[in-house]
Design a protein. Structure first.
Length: 218
């Protein structure tokens, strides 16, 4: 039985992940470095490598990398201050699920960044539990963020599922004992996600999964 659904944020609830990548790519290109989608998908979203690690893997010296990251962060902050709209189907899905299961949000973003990103949505008030980088000492792909959410909910992982868009998030959820729904995006390396419990096209499919899983026990 599914009693709770634990959602990732960036790339699942809003398109902030793609915006972050595009700004990073553009700033790197202005510095004469080409960032391929495949590199970002495999290393950043797949293996959990941070931006400094990405820069180092591309042969960028630390001083130059720091300048690129500062420029990227400033540009992303401008977008963040405007907020991001929910992706298609998100508001509908969350509002329908809230009467059926408990809801949690598990993200690698800081709490400040998360609340800025949701400046124009009412979604955060719906989640019973929110875990950000401020609460969890280790980020995805470590299991810690999801384990912390389950502890806050006082729930066995067998009664919950996670919803993710990346190998990093998928591995974090499964390492915490959760089954995971993967909803691929343009940035998802699907070859690293074959072990997902479900691979779906859209977030509204989560409604079907919850209904089917809980119907089978009635």
């Amino acid at each position: 039985m599914i009693k709770a659904v634990l959602f990732d944020n960036d790339g699942v609830l809003m398109d902030s992940e793609l915006v972050f990548f595009e700004i990073t790519r553009d700033v790197m290109l202005s510095a004469g470095v080409v960032l391929e989608v495949s590199d970002w998908a495999r290393n950043y979203l797949g293996k959990g490598m941070n931006t400094h690690g990405m820069m180092e893997s591309l042969g960028i010296l630390p001083a130059a990398a720091e300048k690129i990251i500062q420029d990227r962060n400033q540009r992303f902050m401008t977008c963040l201050e405007k907020g991001f709209p929910p992706l298609e189907g998100v508001t509908e899905t969350i509002n329908l699920l809230r009467s059926q299961v408990r809801l949690a949000l598990v993200t690698g973003s800081s709490r400040k960044t998360l609340f800025q990103a949701h400046g124009n949505t009412d979604l955060l008030d719906i989640f019973e539990c929110i875990i950000t980088s401020n609460e969890s000492p280790r980020l995805k792909p470590w299991p810690d963020p999801y384990q912390m959410a389950l502890e806050r909910l006082d729930l066995d992982p067998k009664y919950a599922i996670a919803v993710e868009d990346s190998p990093r998030g998928l591995n974090s959820a499964q390492s915490a004992g959760l089954r995971c729904v993967l909803i691929p995006t343009f940035l998802t390396d699907i070859s690293m996600c074959r072990h997902a419990d479900w691979i779906e096209e859209k977030i509204t499919d989560v409604l079907r999964i919850v209904k089917e899983e809980n119907r089978s026990l009635t």
